[in-house]
Ligand binder design. Structure first.
Ligand code: CP
Length: 354
């Protein structure tokens, strides 16, 4: 038997996005007050982030990403309860990686049937117990409401890591962190070159898209237009009641299209997602939409995808400069490191000016 090539290049860049976001650091002046107030709230929705708080989170994430060796200990003696009751590669592992990298300890539950829930225990009681065992909870659940059933009993913060079809707010932070690393000039006071964003997905069904649009709308002044590309089958259910109107009231200009290749040459950011977790399994939308290296993309357009990928995103894009989806996933560790530090009242360990 011939031996396969077992060598690998440790130095090969893993992403096309910039892993040393100096420009983003320079674009935002540090102001710890916005971060300190995060310790007094749960993280449930993209709605709760204002522009200044997001900018400060991006700045802190960039500071950690630029020099991760400086941040080994901020969460020493803190315990994370990582409760993931629905499949996850990126969110669970990046939250746990973030916590470990900051020096904290973790208790992980990946199957609710190993807890008292299997014996009929209510979520409020589970939450009451969590207060005694950990300092922060990260929850993924296929039910939209579990998060809210636990919140009243909790005296420690809970972070929504994806609740059914509803929201995935920390994914949205990672999405915008990638965009502002790509174009830190968008954070300046006067933006001359606004971006046109394409969303290939169903905002009413996909929690990643819902949270992304909420957070993007906070920066509506840098967005020329959002074009939602969808197939005809999702025409009636594209937006939830009032969803589009709310985004438009916040300043986003939104149009829709069925013609992916007709709009692609006009887009600066292409956000694609094809799946939605509904109940106990996932559903695929927009099966006819595919991005490949042959797609008519602007030469400097970036592609974002929350992943997991399916046939909609060809692997032949992985080795092109359009690939910012790996940078987006990589940056999620640093944005979560920034957020977690603030959630457990350790902000003063990581900022220079309090
Ligand atoms: N982006 C995201 O939520 O991926 P996972 O389902 O792997 O966590």
């Amino acid at each position: 038997m011939t031996m396969p090539d077992i060598s690998f290049q440790r130095s090969r860049p893993d992403v096309y996005g910039d892993a040393h976001p100096k420009a983003l650091l320079r674009a935002i002046q540090e102001d710890g007050d916005y971060l300190i107030q995060l310790a007094n709230q749960h993280i449930v929705s993209g709605d709760q982030f204002d522009q200044q708080t997001m900018k400060q989170l991006f700045r802190l994430a960039a500071k950690i990403e630029s020099n991760p060796k400086r941040f080994h200990t901020p969460l020493r003696n803190k315990i994370l309860i990582s409760a993931f009751y629905e499949p996850s590669t990126r969110t669970r592992l990046s939250f746990e990686s973030a916590w470990h990298r900051l020096g904290g300890d973790i208790m992980s539950i990946t199957d609710r049937s190993t807890t008292g829930i299997a014996k009929g225990e209510g979520l409020a009681d589970v939450a009451e117990m969590f207060n005694n065992y950990g300092d922060c909870v990260v929850l993924r659940d296929n039910c939209n409401y579990s998060l809210y059933e636990m919140m009243d009993s909790l005296r420690i913060p809970i972070i929504n890591a994806g609740n059914g079809t509803d929201e995935h707010p920390t994914q949205a932070l990672a999405d915008l962190y990638a965009i502002f690393k790509w174009r830190s000039d968008l954070l300046s006071n006067s933006v001359s070159n606004k971006i046109r964003v394409g969303v290939i997905g169903v905002p009413n069904k996909m929690r990643t898209v819902r949270s992304f649009l909420k957070c993007l709308s906070v920066f509506a002044h840098v967005v020329d237009e959002v074009v939602v590309v969808h197939d005809e089958s999702s025409e009636q259910e594209l937006f939830a009641e009032g969803q589009r109107e709310e985004l438009e009231q916040r300043g986003l200009v939104i149009s829709t299209s069925h013609q992916l290749n007709a709009v692609l040459p006009t887009l600066d950011v292409v956000y694609i997602n094809a799946i939605s977790w509904e109940g106990d399994s996932f559903h695929t939308y927009g099966g006819q939409f595919h991005l490949t290296a042959a797609s008519p993309l602007k030469p400097d357009a970036i592609i974002l995808h929350p992943l997991a990928r399916g046939e909609e995103l060809s692997t032949d894009l992985d080795h092109t400069p359009h690939n910012w989806y790996f940078s987006q996933a990589r940056g999620a560790v640093f944005i979560r490191m920034a957020l977690l530090t603030c959630m457990v009242e350790r902000t003063e360990h990581v900022i220079d000016v309090v």
